[in-house]
Design a protein around this ligand. Sequence first.
Ligand code: ADP
Length: 632
Amino acid sequence: MQVFRENSDMFRLLAEGVSEGIIVVNNKQQIVATNSATDQMFGYAKEELVGQSLNILIPSKYHHAHGGHFKDFLAKSGKRKMAEGRELYGARKNGEEFPIEAGLNPFPLSGSTYIMALVMDVSSRKAIEEDLKLKSKALSSAINGIIITDAQQEDNPVVYVNSAFEELTGYAREEILNRNLRFLQGEDRNQKSIEELRNAVKNGESCEVEIRNYRKDGTLWWNKLSITPLKDSNNSVTHFIGIQNDITERIEAEEERNHWNKIFEESLNEIYVLDAKTLRFISANQGAQNNLGYSLQELQQLTPLDLKPEYNKASFKKLIAPLYSKDRGKVQFETIHLRKDGSTYPIEVHFQISSIGNKSVIISIILDITDRKNYTERLERTVEERTKQLRQALEKEKELNELKTRFLSLVSHEFKTPLSSILTSTTLLTKYTQEEQQPKRDKHISTIRNKVKYLDNILNDFLSIERLETGKVKYNLVEFPLSKIINQVIYDANLLLKTGQTINYPENIDDVMITFDEKIFELVLSNLIHNAIKYSPENTKIDIQVKETGYALQLKVIDQGIGIPKEEQKFIFNRYFRANNALLNQGTGIGLNIAKQHLENLGGNITFESEENKGSTFTIEIPIIVEEKVNT
Ligand code: ADP
């Protein structure tokens, strides 16, 4: 001690200049000298330390161990760092423990060994270390992927990667470290935000981008990446910290929303969202605006009632009531929409209740069904038309059936009498064998011819009807002298004349030529003359007059017969119609009907005037066809 004290001036001189604590102990661990830094570090006054055991500066829990170490140290001697590999603590006067680092330096002095300990208070360094440890732990346990790149190495390679990043990308740390992070983009390098990122790195700036990245297994994930440059004291960028966020779900949701938005906007159907309480429109797609001619702003002032003229407030409320019921049904109906310009179009409406946040809304989808309506209407019209045709065909069929039935009953009635008189006449004929009985034979032959003629007429009439009905009539227009047919018909009719009946030929017809269907003309004329004979009593005359009126040939058959009752005149041309006063005579009620039809088909007509018990005048008109003469 003495020796040391003698050297103390020298020691002080040397020791006071350093900032570390210097403690000199003898081989019994007694403190022999300290410098001021030591006193301050441990909180003692110098006098309090010198002469004390070194243990005063060591937390008591380490005293025992320290004793052992010290002996060891003396035995081995030599310079070294104290407590290599272990944490070392000092104890301040106030009892506080603090981390230290100490270097030991033994030296001999006057035959004794002393040890000089160089002590450093490392509390603040330790605190920094702790802080760093904490931060590093935070980095590595962060849920965001965090990487640090070294901006001063070529191609900015990754020098740190946390485990979240490994998890996020599926790559292991070793696969990521020392590489440029662009490998995360795979082949998908043509992204706008990559350009932005590249510029930020180049300029040493921070930036935030959303880019498409790919995991090790190739799946896409959306990376919201923010990079921040770290700068040194010279303001040059040393590192970049990159924080990666997996925003795939958000982007996918956004994409889906965009997709729905697009569908909403681009749909040609009208789509509306309306407030379920006020029924005011909240939103309407472009299709709705286009169809109606209203802008969204205008629509937002309206309710569906303004567009649906077929409903009033009460009836509309009633219609949509199911939407508000417990089981919230859908409502579907057809009505019309009123455009801004006042025009309307048919629509099919679908209403459904939904909600946006807390707000109850009605989603309305509306289809313009003009085309469908037109189609339906067309279809309905076609069906109607076809039904009409079918009905007509059925009617015709019925009529034909009726005709056949009538024909059969006619055959049985109308044919019976003439056939039996033919039979009688032929029977009688065989009896008149004498030569002088010739007049009697002639009478019977004439009866037979009459009756056959009559039957032939009836049959012709029926055939005519059948042809007219089935559209099989073919007219054959030829030019012939009028007198030819008139003579023939009158000649045949003579056989039918009753006693005293006469037929007066028309005058001045010798040169008259007509162009008409010969057979039809004969049929019409014989019908009229036979009727005149049939419906006139004996000793009456029948006049036939012919007149040309310029555009038509007029032919009248005038009789002095029973006439037609006034009230029945309007039915005379109906098929099968027979007037009351005619029923005693044989007849079918067909003749006039077919005469009229044929004449009209050929551009002519038939009319009559008649007075009961005085007589009738039937007039036919036949168009005069002037054949064009070509001048040569
Ligand atoms: P049908 O003579 O076979 O009965 P028509 O069609 O020729 O059939 O005539 C229809 C009806 O018109 C006759 O039943 C008759 O009542 C009336 N009728 C036709 N011609 C005359 C006439 N010249 N005088 C009086 N009645 C006539």
